[in-house]
Design a protein around this ligand. Structure first.
Ligand code: PLP
Length: 303
């Protein structure tokens, strides 16, 4: 199946993606007035499972609260819809996308009264993470973080991030890592963390960064294996002098950054803690998938 032939969910209906239509006055289109999630799905031990699905829908709730849109569904309903979406498509690896906008109304800035949110979900194949990137890491460039101060809300208003991703591409890099007032924030679509003296160091959660599900996972995994984790501001000089630098996201998992603005990070190769982390991350995915399958079985039995 090609992604163009997939089925999507739109406002209560499961319909061909090709047939899905929304009115042009949807506030998502007009204002970027909406929030979203991306949930990665992988095949583990022969079964497909989303990674940390519940955490994604908890974050969706947080984003909706942040922009005062009512959540149309409970987390369990979102999880059921995700399971159905996965089942409807043959791909072993998928990225399930969910978007909720404030709805359709005459164009005017104030929240419209009595409008129902527009709810959209679809899925698409998720290509393998290139082995070359896992083996050799990726180059990044840096740029001033010029985004708004609600980067903790996963808003569909992504123009700042889009411009930063294009900046990376225009400079032959894989990602743009942003700095605000001399401190590391995050990448255009990834979190950033460093390793120094054997410790994993990451900017703590604030309005300046997205509270990444993969960031949380990497930090939890590191801690559970006895790695000391420091959550604190990371000055630019420390970023540039780090032994290792990583990016993380649902779509890229954890990737080593091996050069910043053309200068190598450490020896310019993924470091020893990174190599550990990808192994630990695989184990965490396996455990999470088993948990998902058990939860699904329990839910089916209860139904
Ligand atoms: N930061 C930004 C700006 C992002 O867009 C993303 C993901 O898309 C992330 C961080 C990583 O978040 P997650 O690990 O939840 O995918």
């Amino acid at each position: 199946m090609e992604w163009q032939e997939s089925t999507c969910y739109l406002n209560g209906e499961w319909i061909p993606l090709a047939d899905a239509r929304i009115p042009v006055l949807d506030r998502g289109f007009i204002f970027g007035d909406g929030v979203y999630e991306v949930v990665p799905v992988d095949t583990i031990d022969g079964s497909r499972a989303p990674f940390h699905a519940r955490q994604h829908y908890q974050r969706l709730q947080r984003s909706l609260d942040g922009v005062r849109i009512e959540n149309p569904f409970s987390i369990d309903t979102w999880l059921d819809m995700t399971a159905r979406m996965i089942d409807m498509h043959p791909w072993p690896r998928q990225l399930v996308y969910v978007q909720v906008t404030r709805g359709v109304a005459k164009r005017d800035h104030p929240f419209p009264a009595g409008v129902k949110p527009t709810v959209f979900m679809n899925t698409a194949p998720w290509p393998e993470i290139p082995a070359e990137q896992i083996e050799n890491g990726v180059p990044v460039v840096t740029h001033a973080d010029e985004r708004w101060l609600h980067c903790d809300i996963k808003s569909t208003s992504l123009l700042g991030n889009v411009l930063m991703k294009q900046y990376a591409i225009d400079h032959g890099a894989s990602e743009t890592v942003m700095l605000r007032d001399g401190f590391l924030t995050e990448g255009s679509s990834t979190n950033t963390m460093i390793v120094a003296g054997g410790n994993l160091i990451a900017p703590r959660k604030s309005v300046q960064i997205l509270p990444g599900i993969t960031y949380d996972a990497a930090i939890d995994i590191a801690r559970s294996h006895g790695v000391a984790v420091e959550l604190r501001p990371v000055p630019e000089a420390e970023l540039r002098a780090a032994d290792e630098v990583w990016l993380s996201s649902s779509g890229r998992e954890v990737i080593a950054i091996t050069s910043i603005d053309g200068r190598p990070v450490g020896p310019g190769r993924p470091g020893p803690l990174y190599r550990q982390m990808i192994e630990w991350f695989r184990q965490a995915k396996r455990a999470d998938a088993a948990h998902w399958q058990a939860e699904r079985r329990a839910r089916k039995l209860a139904a």
